[in-house]
Ligand binder design. Structure first.
Ligand SMILES: [Zn+2]
Length: 159
């Protein structure tokens, strides 16, 4: 009999198709794993509604578990409560930055609103950055430019 923990460790092999450095666990989209006899149900919450990556993620979860010999695998979407960037693990945020994407910033006293958020450059940590476009390589990201190292970079938007 397989246990939840084993399924979770297999899910560490499933990556975000947009940011392959992140696993679905880093991303915080796995809500629950339910094991009933030979049926394994993985409940996921999409990061952004209409994010096409989610179809790939659920297909990859199925594929990974089928490849490990589980025959009856179901992936269910849980839409409520909706995903927030708070569910992303600290490890996930660190990997995002390493990948060259600025991790989500939080509303704090210094950063009261997302539109005014200071997004530090993931390459040189400069706070001298500028929003170029609300939409980066995907709708989940905004495009910024660092005014110090002059590199453009994606910012994973708060949600
Ligand atoms: Zn920079």
């Amino acid at each position: 009999m397989v246990n939840k923990q084993e399924i979770y460790s297999l899910l560490e092999n499933v990556c975000d198709p947009e940011v392959p450095a992140l696993t679905v666990l880093d991303l915080g989209v796995i809500r629950d794993v339910i094991i009933e006899e030979d049926l394994i149900t993985v409940k996921i919450t999409p990061t952004y509604s209409g994010c096409p990556a989610m179809n790939t993620i659920s297909a990859n979860i199925k594929f990974e578990l089928l490849a490990q010999g589980f025959k009856n695998v179901k992936v269910e979407e849980v839409l409520s409560p909706s995903w927030t960037t708070d569910w992303m693990s600290d490890e996930g945020k660190r990997k995002l930055k390493e990948f060259g994407i600025a991790p989500p910033q939080y509303k704090t006293k210094d950063n009261p609103l997302e539109e005014d958020a200071i997004v530090p450059c993931p390459r040189c940590d400069s706070k001298n950055t500028k929003l170029v476009s609300q939409f980066g390589s995907t709708s989940c990201k905004a495009l910024y430019k660092c005014l110090d190292c002059l590199e453009p970079f994606d910012y994973f938007k708060c949600h």
